[in-house]
Design a protein around this ligand. Structure first.
Ligand SMILES: C[S@@+](CC[C@H](N)C(=O)[O-])C[C@H]1O[C@@H](n2cnc3c(N)ncnc32)[C@H](O)[C@@H]1O
Length: 105
């Protein structure tokens, strides 16, 4: 079941296909870009972080594991399903949707 904001015609619909999600995960491991984003977050101790378009959660989980409070949001339910079963996923708040679905504050 998708929230009202989900439109299967949207661009990036491949991120809602479980087979392609698995391919994406295999081809996109942690990279130097992620090192950079994590270093920026680490400038603020115990930061609260929103990862909008978090996909399968690679960066959200890495930032969470570093001791930060993370919310991961993505419109593709299949990508979030992959994120939710990864180690450490219980420490991240996952939301299926787009920016209008974000909680206050
Ligand atoms: C290129 S992937 C990047 C995923 C992740 N940030 C990463 O680095 O692996 C782009 C992601 O943005 C999501 N996305 C696209 N439009 C979105 C929107 N309007 N709101 C939330 N997520 C969106 C897609 O479902 C996809 O998971």
């Amino acid at each position: 079941m998708y929230p009202r904001c989900y439109d299967p015609r949207m661009r990036h619909a491949e991120f809602n296909d479980p087979r392609l999600v698995a391919v994406y995960d295999a081809e996109c491991p942690w990279s130097r870009d992620d090192d950079f984003f994590l270093s920026v977050v680490n400038e603020t101790p115990a930061a609260r972080v929103l990862d909008l378009g978090c996909g399968t959660g690679r960066l959200a989980l890495g930032i969470s594991a570093a001791g930060n409070s993370v919310t991961g949001v993505d419109s593709a339910e299949a990508s979030l399903a992959a994120a939710r079963v990864k180690p450490g996923a219980d420490h991240v708040t996952w939301i299926v949707g787009t920016s209008p679905y974000l909680p206050d504050a």
